[in-house]
Design a protein around this ligand. Structure first.
Ligand SMILES: [Zn+2]
Length: 503
């Protein structure tokens, strides 16, 4: 009897160990934007891989599991990655064992075939419940996945920002993005039925602290989603590049986002008992230089870097004429290159007017083949295109400031979509797309993020409604040149006609 009791006690003890809460470690990254490679100062996927693999070993001992998620915007930001269509990034995430990503708006920077190729390389789900085909109806990729860990299961629903319709309209084709909150409410009952823990992997953006972009499209942010929807345990977010050092709890929903550019990785530890989260903690871990780089990830991504760097020599177009970006010229006159750059900004964003500062143009392009390296030499700052909503009156303020800038200044204004006469330090006879400017009308105006923030004296623009497209100016120019193919000639016709000066 004593012996039997002893065995019984032992069995109960063993059972209680196994019946204890299950440990799930969630790692999350977002908005890595081509930053697969770290530097001496830290960052990069190889360092993230080290932390994830360490955690996998640790939790395996206690019977726990690791879930690794990416909240979108793998694409666009580092020339070597952009050149290779972010294949190094997707392949690295594949070998790091990524469980799923949500689609980011920058996944639509290139033709849809590129995204399909990336999907083949990645071999992990691209979640986007609200990314739907208008003709067929229904989601283009998977709306959600269920991860079954035996004792518990996790449902992950992907959502992409509705802003994509305005930010990346070119390659959406017959696909579109529908309301994130409505879509989530549609899928939630299905996923709740199948899973104990519900995670929304959202590329929506966090704006509980303000800074909500002003856009001509209705969109949902992650904090609004947490506020309005019930039945979600965790929102892992991206898009606003927000570094939440510890997750924020809104309406009992854990909301997390881990900055950008693979500088950090988010970690959330969950303890799940009987299908419920009984305890949790969360943090964002900086990928500091003292974290060793995973040798395998580093080895093959380094090889890709070499390849990408060679690819910068790839020819993107041809010009029959010299494209003038000489410092002295672009700081006093409009040139064929400054007109080309401004026209390309309109082509890329569909804005009414483009504003470009002469100081942002750093080199000329010789007649002959144009490489991406040439374009990066012209626009080396990695500025992004920024779209502002300006009234005609706001635009007049900009032009009247531009009219006072002496020759030789970086603030020299270059434009597209607009013509004006400059006389006596004032702009007159202003026309937008050939029609006289309407002072009360709101126009869509594209400039770079530097000028939009008030750089080069354009302080009247700081704080105006608008949004960052996160398109690099050089990439936009590269695409425009590729679109033109061969440049036979390009106009150097003045658009801001200086009547005071005899040219
Ligand atoms: Zn984004």
């Amino acid at each position: 009897m004593k012996r039997f009791l002893g065995i019984l006690v032992f069995v109960v003890m063993v059972l209680s160990v196994f019946a204890g809460p299950n440990h799930l470690v969630i790692f999350h990254m977002n908005d890595t934007h081509g930053h697969v490679w770290g530097t001496e100062d830290g960052g990069g996927f190889a360092r993230a891989a080290t932390l994830i693999n360490q955690a996998r070993e640790e939790v395996a001992k206690e019977g726990g599991a690791v879930l690794f998620l990416h909240a979108g915007d793998v694409n666009t930001g580092i020339p070597e990655s952009d050149q290779l269509d972010a294949v190094p990034d997707f392949l690295a995430l594949h070998y790091m064992g990524l469980d799923a990503m949500s689609l980011g708006n920058h996944e639509f920077d290139k033709p849809f075939e590129v995204l399909e190729k990336q999907y083949e390389v990645a071999q992990f789900p691209f979640l986007g419940a609200n990314f739907v085909n208008e003709k067929r109806g229904g989601p283009v990729f998977e709306p959600y996945i269920i991860k079954d860990y035996g004792d518990f299961s996790v449902g992950i629903i992907g959502l992409v920002t509705e802003q994509t319709k305005v930010l990346e309209p070119i390659y959406l084709g017959e696909n579109t993005i529908v309301d994130a909150e409505e879509t989530l409410n549609m899928y939630l009952p299905i996923v709740q039925e199948k899973a104990d823990v519900v995670i929304v992997l959202a590329h929506l953006g966090y704006h509980a602290d303000g800074g909500r972009p002003n856009l001509s499209v209705e969109f949902t942010t992650s904090d609004e989603l947490a506020e309005n929807v019930s039945g979600v345990d965790i929102i892992i977010d991206g898009h606003s590049h927000t570094l939440l050092e510890t997750p924020v709890v809104i309406n009992n929903v854990i909301v997390a986002q881990a900055g950008d550019n693979a500088e950090n990785i988010g970690r959330i530890d969950l303890w799940i008992d009987d299908g419920r989260i009984v305890d949790w903690r969360g943090e964002v871990i900086p990928l500091t230089s003292d974290i060793p780089e995973d040798p395998f990830i580093k080895m093959f991504t380094d090889a890709f870097y070499q390849l990408g760097s060679e690819a910068l020599n790839e020819v993107v177009g041809v010009t029959k004429v010299y494209l003038d970006g000489e410092r002295a010229h672009v700081r006093s006159d409009e040139t064929n290159l400054s007109n080309l750059i401004a026209d390309g900004m309109i082509w890329k964003t569909g804005a009414d007017v483009a504003l470009m500062n002469g100081g942002g143009i750093r080199a000329s392009i010789e007649a002959g083949e144009i490489t991406y390296r040439d374009i990066l030499t012209v626009l080396p700052f990695g500025n992004t295109l920024y779209v502002l909503e300006l009234t005609g009156k706001d635009i007049m303020d900009v032009l009247n400031y531009a009219a006072t800038i002496p020759d030789g200044q970086g603030a020299k204004l270059h434009v597209a979509g607009l013509t004006a006469e400059i006389k006596g330090g004032k702009a007159t006879n202003v026309k937008i797309n050939g029609k006289p400017i309407d002072l009360n009308k709101t126009y869509k105006v594209v400039t770079n993020n530097y000028v939009a923030a008030g750089g080069d004296g354009y302080t009247m623009l700081a704080g105006k409604p608008g949004y960052d497209t996160y398109f690099r100016d050089a990439d936009s120019l590269r695409e425009y040149i590729a679109h033109l193919g061969t440049i036979e000639d390009y106009t150097s016709q003045e658009r801001l006609i200086e009547l005071d000066q005899v040219k």
